[in-house]
Design a protein around this ligand. Structure first.
Ligand SMILES: [Zn+2]
Ligand SMILES: [Zn+2]
Length: 174
């Protein structure tokens, strides 16, 4: 007489549509994904393998420390997690970047090697804000193939173009 709103568990297992969690930037777990062990969700896979982590190396660049990889990084691959503390304003200009107008991530006190990623106006990676088991976490994705020993760059936001102008490669060569 009434339309059922939810499928029973048995039927749910039979319907095998693709997982939609990545569209909403949500990681997969046994609670929200039927096949989370084999799900192609990039963040879930990254958190399990962290395959690139040991290949990331800070190196001196023209403008101070930067971050390199010892191996090529494929377009779309997660390079690392940007670990830091969230706040509603930029705490420092060197180690924090803007996620939204009211959300900043600072790696000044708590951070990992991602803090060495320099700003570039034409970056080769981008940051995405994901929900992992209900917590906000930021992951750095390669925007294109990044050959090994290339500096990884991110767009930090206009606030980080320092006095004297931006020193990134595309601005410096002008
Ligand atoms: Zn999934
Ligand atoms: Zn620039």
């Amino acid at each position: 007489m009434y339309q059922r709103l939810a499928l029973s568990p048995e039927e749910d297992e039979l319907s095998s549509g693709p997982c939609t969690n990545p569209v909403g930037m949500v990681s997969c777990s046994s609670k929200n994904c039927r096949n989370f062990e084999s799900c192609p969700n990039p963040v879930t896979r990254y958190l399990r393998s962290k395959s690139l982590t040991h290949n990331l190396v800070p190196r001196e660049s023209r403008i101070g420390w930067g971050l390199n990889s010892n191996v090529d990084i494929d377009c779309g691959e997660i390079i690392t997690e940007y670990i830091g503390e969230f706040s509603s304003e930029a705490r420092d200009l060197k180690y924090s970047f803007k996620i939204t107008d009211t959300l900043f991530l600072s790696a000044l006190v708590k951070g990992n090697s991602a803090r060495f990623i320099n700003h570039a106006c034409k970056p080769n990676s981008r940051a995405e804000l994901w929900s992992v088991d209900g917590f906000m976490r930021v992951f750095i994705f390669a925007e294109r193939l990044i050959p090994k020993s290339t500096f990884i760059t991110l767009k930090y936001g206009n606030e980080y173009c320092f006095q004297g102008g931006c020193q990134c490669d595309s601005c410096y060569s002008k």
